[in-house]
Design a protein around this ligand. Structure first.
Ligand code: DC
Length: 229
């Protein structure tokens, strides 16, 4: 295997398996894996915990004011071999997939100040290459020069069922319709926000995984990587 390391940017719609493929690629290539959605989720959790979301409103000014008190970092757990997100030093992995976070994360991640802060951290994490990073704007904004860009998509019903399965595995209850509606709403908000909206980078390769198994997707990506190395 070549010693040359590349940057792998994985973008796409919600619940398309971006994190799964990014994690699989990183494990196979001995690369770092960064789930940028977890970072926006952690900022959203901060807002929920600190009274910046009241009823139906996000306190935008309050969030911008407090942003320099929000520290987001990753810790690699040697036991589980997973990277865990830390919010001000606390491992918040188990809280960031809950429905209240799902309901607010698109609004929080649309805030320019939040995005600029997260993008800076992401660029720092990836500056040595050898990274697989997934999100919505990785190939367009964070690493526009990434050697490999994938844009993931899948049938909405399959995506909703996958999210339900993921939630169930974490003992979080939610109905199919509620989850599907949230995915549609989040995709809409992610695609229509002003700051780095979700869109396919021109040079990204589309991967529709509606009918692909996890090993098939990994093989598809590894073939592309082989061609680049
Ligand atoms: O990948 P995810 O579903 O965990 O992401 C949660 C939300 O964060 C998603 O609705 C959009 C936002 N997000 C973003 O705006 N930019 C990223 N790079 C990653 C996620």
């Amino acid at each position: 295997m070549s010693k040359r390391k590349i940057t792998i940017a994985i973008d796409g719609y919600s619940s398309c398996g971006k994190s799964t493929i990014a994690r699989d690629i990183a494990a196979r290539m001995h690369y770092n894996y960064v789930d940028t959605g977890a970072m926006y989720r952690a900022v959203t959790l901060y807002c929920l915990r600190n009274g910046l979301i009241n009823g139906k409103e996000l306190d935008l000014e309050g969030l911008i004011d407090e942003l320099d008190q929000v520290f987001i970092e990753f810790n690699f757990n040697q036991e589980t071999l997973a990277s865990e997100i830390l919010l001000n030093g606390e491992n918040v992995e188990q809280y960031i997939r809950q429905m209240d976070v799902n309901d607010w994360v698109s609004q929080v991640s649309a805030v320019g100040e939040v995005r600029r802060k997260m993008v800076k951290i992401q660029q720092e994490l990836g500056k040595g290459k050898g990274i697989a990073m997934d999100g919505r704007d990785i190939g367009t904004t964070v690493f526009p020069d990434a050697e490999l860009k994938l844009f993931m998509t899948a049938d909405i019903n399959i995506r909703a069922q996958r999210r339900i399965d993921e939630l169930e595995s974490k003992q979080i209850a939610a109905s199919f319709e509620e989850v599907k509606e949230n995915l549609i709403q989040r995709d809409f908000e992610d695609m229509n926000r002003i700051e780095s909206p979700l869109r396919k980078a021109q040079d990204a390769i589309i991967l529709d995984n509606s009918n692909l198994t996890q090993p098939q997707q990994l093989e598809f990506a590894l073939n592309l990587i082989q061609q680049l190395l």
